[in-house]
Design a protein around this ligand. Structure first.
Ligand code: MG
Ligand code: MG
Length: 313
């Protein structure tokens, strides 16, 4: 996930050049933002070729397999730091680099966010307890492309109302992905996620959003988990995005710990986070990441990914 409301990241002249180039190519994928520092910022959406999408599938699968390995190990008494080491070792064995380690100076391979922590939690040696939930966000870089994938796990026996939060959040992820089609817009995805979660009285985090994905972990466009139908950038063939609802059982409001990273719910209630990497292929959403390794580890049968034509390798 990425903090929304980004500051300017391009020099003005460079931005202007990008703008002209993009205007010549496709007016639909350019617009201005006027962010902080009074500089213009041009949103640049990098379209991927089919060859690049195959490389991204490889990166996403490494992350998917990492989550599958962790799924077997998530249990009471295990520390998040232990899981972090497992993940780092596996990712490096695949010839990849942990995607989060060192990114914006993040200190670990995994973001590990238990219970009321929403995202960006830092692994530690505290044992997880029965009844906890743990959101694990993982990134990997291979062949110059990132994968970025997240799942919220149950630790032992979890309260019924917490199970429901996880289920609804995951359903909202697919409701959002279903809107990721050529001709639809960023706001359609956000609306679908928000609508599904708010029906159940849950709070959608506003300050953190999904994002484009590619040679950078966080590319344009921002993909908010809230929005209005028919608003925002129009989707085109070859876009790859990370869709990642962050959903609170109570208020959508957040706090941040003094560590400068950990984001948690303001009311102390639990929060869930699920994320998939999705490409637009033949006008439709196609999953690059998969939960199938998690489900194999947990003995869960699911056909939830079938409609997104995941091409298992
Ligand atoms: Mg992400
Ligand atoms: Mg992520």
């Amino acid at each position: 996930m990425i903090l929304s409301k980004k500051p300017a990241k391009s020099h003005f002249l460079e931005s202007t050049l990008f703008l002209y180039l993009q205007l010549l190519q496709n007016f639909e994928i350019v617009f201005f933002k006027v962010p902080l520092h009074n500089k213009f910022y041009v949103e640049m959406i990098v379209i991927k070729t089919s060859e690049e999408i195959e490389l991204m599938r490889e990166s996403a699968l490494i992350v998917s397999k990492t989550l599958g390995i962790l799924a077997k190990e998530v249990k009471p008494g295990v520390s998040t730091l232990y899981l972090d080491k497992l993940a780092e070792d596996f990712i490096r064995e695949q010839g990849a680099i942990p995607g989060f380690l060192g990114l914006y100076d993040f200190p670990n391979t995994l973001c590990m966010s238990p219970n009321a922590q929403i995202v960006h939690g830092i692994p530690n040696d505290k044992p997880m307890e029965d009844g906890d939930i743990i959101s694990i966000d993982c990134g990997a870089l291979k062949n110059g492309f990132y994968g970025d994938h997240a799942y919220t796990f149950e630790v032992g026996n979890v309260a019924k109302e917490t199970k429901k939060l996880l289920q609804i959040t995951k359903e909202s992820l697919y409701a959002g992905i279903r809107e990721l089609r050529v001709g639809k817009r960023v706001g359609d995805v956000g609306f679908a996620i928000q609508n599904h979660c708010e029906k159940h009285g849950y709070g959608i985090v506003r300050e953190l959003v999904g994002h484009g994905l590619g040679r950078e972990m966080h590319e344009d466009p921002e993909m908010p988990n809230y929005g209005r139908r028919g608003r925002g950038k129009k989707f085109v063939e070859g876009m790859v995005v990370a869709i990642e609802p962050m959903v609170n059982m109570g208020t959508h409001q957040i706090n941040q710990l003094n560590d400068g990273w950990t984001i948690l719910t303001k009311d102390g209630k639990p929060s869930a986070h699920f994320e998939h990497d999705v490409a637009i292929v033949n006008g439709k959403p196609e999953l690059l990441s998969t939960f199938k390794y998690v489900y194999e580890a947990l003995g869960i049968e699911s056909n939830e990914e079938d409609e997104f034509s995941f091409n298992s390798l």
